[in-house]
Design a protein around this ligand. Structure first.
Ligand SMILES: *[C@@H]1O[C@H](CO)[C@@H](O)[C@H](O)[C@H]1NC(C)=O
Ligand SMILES: *[C@@H]1O[C@H](CO)[C@@H](O)[C@H](O)[C@H]1NC(C)=O
Ligand SMILES: *[C@@H]1O[C@H](CO)[C@@H](O)[C@H](O)[C@H]1NC(C)=O
Ligand SMILES: *[C@@H]1O[C@H](CO)[C@@H](O)[C@H](O)[C@H]1NC(C)=O
Ligand SMILES: *[C@@H]1O[C@H](CO)[C@@H](O)[C@H](O)[C@H]1NC(C)=O
Length: 460
């Protein structure tokens, strides 16, 4: 691989310094339209007993960006760091019917022969590196290093109507060698002279709007969307957990996870982190993953506590009665700065996966739909930060849930508090303590874990 590496450094070394950002003055507004893709397989099955499975759905959040003047829909993915698009020489079945990048009609493309290969938790993509002019909202980057994909497998691009993936995590998580140029994240954010503006913010909506802009979703760069927050005061900020303990390098947008509660009760203890030296489990925030994924053992304890749930032996996924109501909260943060984020019961979808390596839990869209999230680069050499503002009002969420699904006919959850962690935490006995994720069809949705890169292939 060394010759390739040297070649790309030579070819693109000027790019790092030369990446220039400029404003496109014709932009109508700050918000970059987000489409929420609804992949309705409309499966309705009635299983034995009272466990119903219906309406299998999975979702992805897609933004249109410009690549060499061509507008292409890409999956918004905070769980990977590379930008790639399928080119018209991609002949894989899943490239069929997609909008693809046309190399020959671009005047700004600089191709290389350096191969590119990227594996996700599911699926993979191959191609070559190139530089192109990339436009995201009103911001334009010249000579952004991107990958042009000639083959993709297992990502089901066409079902998301996405031509590629816009990865927004840090350079260390990148599959494109960092020597070849800044990540899209750095190029987008470092152009702001004021370090305080070096952030992006997103709100993932719930409106099904295939191929249309979803007004309940938002993605902005360097500023907040006034529809969701006027200023940063309502956010709780935490430092991002480094890629390894005692380092100041970052790979993913990670936070400590201190607990998972049901009806404000921590009914089971989370397993110790598999990240060496980490005092708490680590959660990775990832818009490119549909569900919440956690260690098999913990997810089992969770569903056992919720009750009215069962493990489907075929899929290995948990199913729960659709009317199951109760309140689930993820408690994030460090000691002394913990915050419980309630999850709307319609979001559901907590499933086992022991293949997550850079953290313990993957908090995908199921979690992220319940917050307005700010992801900010470090200021003055400090750590990057994540700011979250809870957007779910539990009483309202539970009322609509019960209206839609009917009363919960199951026995109450078996909650035996594990005391310590929870009693140390202030504010857990907030009002509106109700509903639990009552879901269905997760087992199908869980397969759509797109965004998160497998890091086994990397040394550092
Ligand atoms: C899926 O189900 C919904 C609600 O029952 C229905 O409106 C929609 O037309 C169905 N879609 C397909 C593709 O069958
Ligand atoms: C790609 O662009 C070239 C040049 O503009 C054009 O001739 C060709 O038809 C385009 N290919 C596709 C598949 O649209
Ligand atoms: C895709 O590109 C890679 C890297 O250049 C090459 O090795 C591979 O043969 C190409 N695959 C197809 C299907 O064209
Ligand atoms: C959880 O909260 C709901 C709503 O308040 C209530 O109906 C249910 O009985 C509670 N379960 C337990 C075990 O406290
Ligand atoms: C992709 O789609 C195929 C066929 O539609 C399906 O069998 C497969 O499970 C899907 N994969 C994912 C990851 O969703």
């Amino acid at each position: 691989m060394l010759p390739h590496l040297l070649q790309i450094i030579f070819l693109l070394s000027a790019v790092c310094a030369a990446s220039v950002l400029g404003s496109v003055t014709t932009s109508p507004g700050i918000r970059i339209p987000v489409t929420r893709v609804f992949k309705g397989t409309n499966t309705t099955q009635v299983l034995a007993g009272d466990v119903g499975v219906s309406n299998a759905q999975d979702y992805a959040y897609v933004v249109h960006i410009g690549i060499g003047g061509q507008s292409l829909p890409v999956l918004l993915d905070t769980g990977s760091a590379d930008l790639w698009v399928a080119t018209d020489d991609c002949t894989s079945p899943e490239c069929q019917g997609l909008a693809k990048y046309n190399k020959s009609s671009s005047t700004t493309l600089q191709q290389s022969t350096t191969p590119f290969k990227l594996g996700y938790l599911v699926g993979s993509v191959t191609g070559t590196l190139a530089t192109e002019t990339v436009t995201v909202g009103q911001y334009q980057i010249h000579d952004q290093v991107i990958a042009l994909a000639n083959h993709s497998d297992g990502l089901n691009l066409s079902s998301m109507a996405a031509s590629g993936i816009l990865g927004l995590s840090f350079g260390l998580a990148s599959s494109i060698p960092q020597e070849t140029g800044h990540t899209i994240l750095d190029n987008l954010l470092l152009q702001f002279p004021e370090p305080s503006r070096r952030y992006f913010a997103f709100k993932l909506g719930r409106q099904n709007s295939r191929f249309q802009t979803d007004p309940t979703s938002s993605f902005t760069i360097g500023e907040l969307d006034p529809d969701f927050a006027k200023d940063l005061n309502g956010f709780t900020f935490w430092d991002v957990v480094p890629s390894a303990t005692m380092t100041k390098t970052y790979d993913y947008w990670k936070l400590p996870l201190v607990g998972l509660t049901i009806n404000s009760t921590q009914a089971f203890q989370l397993s110790a982190s598999k990240v060496a030296g980490s005092p708490t489990p680590i959660a990775v925030l990832d818009t490119g993953t549909t569900l919440v994924l956690g260690p098999r053992k913990d997810v089992e304890a969770f569903w056992n506590a919720v009750g009215s749930a069962r493990l489907d032996p075929l899929s290995g996924m948990w199913q729960v009665r659709c009317d199951r109501a109760g309140m689930v909260e993820f408690v994030l943060g460090n000691k002394g700065k913990e915050k419980a984020i309630p999850i709307n019961p319609v979001d559901g979808g907590i499933q086992p996966n022991d293949d997550v390596h850079s953290g313990d839990w993957l908090l995908g869209d199921v979690f992220l739909r319940n917050v307005y999230a700010v992801h900010q680069l470090g200021i003055d050499g400090g750590a990057p930060r994540i700011g979250l503002m809870s957007t779910t009002v539990m009483e309202d969420a539970l009322t609509s849930f019960r209206t839609a699904r009917g009363p919960d006919k199951g026995p109450p959850p078996t909650l035996r508090p594990v005391g310590s962690a929870i009693s140390e935490r202030g504010g857990i006995s907030e009002p509106a303590v109700y509903s639990i994720s009552g879901f269905s069809g997760f087992f199908i949705g869980a397969l759509l874990v797109i965004g998160f890169r497998i890091r086994r292939d990397r040394k550092a």
